[in-house]
Design a protein around this ligand. Structure first.
Ligand code: AVJ
Length: 316
């Protein structure tokens, strides 16, 4: 019997990631209950304009974005967060009486619960899947309504967590789950000056640092690890060549950490990092190219000019 409640996947992924060079962890593990709330707080920081920029685009253009689906649609959101943006897209459809139903896919129970509460004011059928994007897409495909187009929402620049190969692979997987007349509404943050990018991922209040270090708290709790939080520092780096902001946790000293729940022990050099997340930044052209490679047509793009954030309608 395992002493720790962690799902075996987490323990396996942590062991593999911390024994790799460079040390790295899957960013999805940042989103336990506290991590999800810290992320919601990040979205309210003045230095992290992504969420507000996307909301402004949806506020202004939601009716345009869902115009091809005015006779009704299934809105299927990958990584639903708190459901706020989803309701902005429900609004113009339900206002004109179009039948809408909603499929939520998220790995965070907290996010699914929040979204259901946010959507409660609309009379829409909601199905929640606690699953990875791939598993959720498969499950959603089995309960597809014949004759109703599916609009996949992949917002908030969640695509940024994937490297170019992963992004291509996910878009191909989404495309394979869709039929002609369906669409993908994709939100992606755009390349901008380095100081703006770094401030968004290393805010002066330290909320992003807390979000990052919470991964150590999670490993201590779920794997019985003995990470000393005071010996790790949050760092955000702009990798221009790869067009991404990276988050790291830097060990401030040479040390050994025990992780009994992952059946391992890990040593750190002074200055050695655990790479915990990447946020890839796009250009309008690179989004269209990515879409077309995966079998979509980029039919429309909306761009928020100040924060440089984009929403693209990709049709099958
Ligand atoms: C939710 C992946 C879009 O990369 O900007 C925010 C997560 N990380 N601050 C992003 C995040 C640090 C966010 N995404």
């Amino acid at each position: 019997m395992d002493m720790f409640a962690a799902p075996p996947r987490f323990a396996d992924d942590v062991r593999r990631g911390l024994l790799a060079t460079p040390k790295q962890l899957d960013p999805r593990y940042l989103y336990d209950a506290l991590g999800s709330h810290l992320f919601e707080s990040i979205c309210k920081l003045p230095w992290y304009p992504l969420t507000r920029a996307e909301s402004a685009l949806l506020e202004r253009h939601a009716a345009d974005m869902v115009a091809p689906f005015r006779d009704g649609a299934t809105l299927l959101e990958l990584g639903c967060g708190c459901g706020e943006k989803l309701s902005m897209l429900c609004e113009p459809l339900s206002a004109r009486g179009s039948p809408v139903d909603v499929q939520l896919i998220d790995i965070s129970e907290a996010a699914l619960d929040l979204s259901k509460r946010t959507l409660a004011r609309f009379s829409v059928d909601i199905t929640a899947h606690r699953a990875t994007y791939e598993e959720g897409l498969q499950r959603a495909a089995t309960c597809r309504k014949p004759g109703t187009p599916v609009v996949v929402l992949f917002l908030g620049s969640n695509i940024g967590n994937l490297d170019p190969t992963g992004a291509h692979h996910l878009l191909t997987t989404i495309r394979a789950a869709l039929q002609p007349g369906d669409a993908l509404l994709l939100g992606a943050d755009l390349v901008k000056p380095q100081d703006e990018l770094l401030r968004a991922y290393d805010d002066p209040l330290g909320v992003t640092a807390a979000f990052n270090k919470n991964l150590l708290v999670r490993m201590n709790r779920e794997l019985g690890a003995d990470f000393d939080l005071s010996t790790f520092a949050h760092e955000a780096r702009w990798n221009a060549e790869a067009s991404r902001v990276e988050m790291h946790l830097i060990s401030q000293c040479r040390q050994r950490v025990r992780l009994p729940g992952a059946a391992t022990e890990v040593s750190f050099e002074e200055g050695e990092s655990i790479w915990t997340e990447s946020s890839h930044k796009y250009t309008p052209e690179s989004i269209a190219a990515l879409a077309e490679c995966a079998g979509f047509q980029c039919t429309k793009q909306w761009i928020e000019p100040h924060a440089r954030f984009s929403t693209s309608l990709l049709m099958v």
